[in-house]
Write a new protein. Sequence first.
Length: 134
Amino acid sequence: MDDLLKNLSESAKTALEKAGVKFEELKHLSAEKFAELSEKAEKLAAEGKVEAAETAAELKAMREKMSAHEGGALGFLSDKAKELLGDAKEEAADVAEKGKDFWEKAKDFAADKADDARQFMTGKDKEDDESKPA
């Protein structure tokens, strides 16, 4: 019985020593990971601080523009809206012009295909064909 208790005691002592070594390894790894994550967090915080400062500067500049405008903030916004409306009108005109070009090309294409079909069916060119379309 004494041998059994001695063996169990030795086994427990060995297991405790192994657990202690493992604990130290894990403690060291967790300290490294914590340091790594802290460094990343500090870097992200610094980047956020820079971005916040830039945004604040932009907002300050915008506020100054608005207050310096002769019509105040409302006049500034009104002028900006007019500017954007002018840009939208220009783009709409460009789109309308492109649409006209498209329909002209489509109409020409359809006319060419009608001429091709007439020539195929009659064997005559448009200039040679004196018949009237139905």
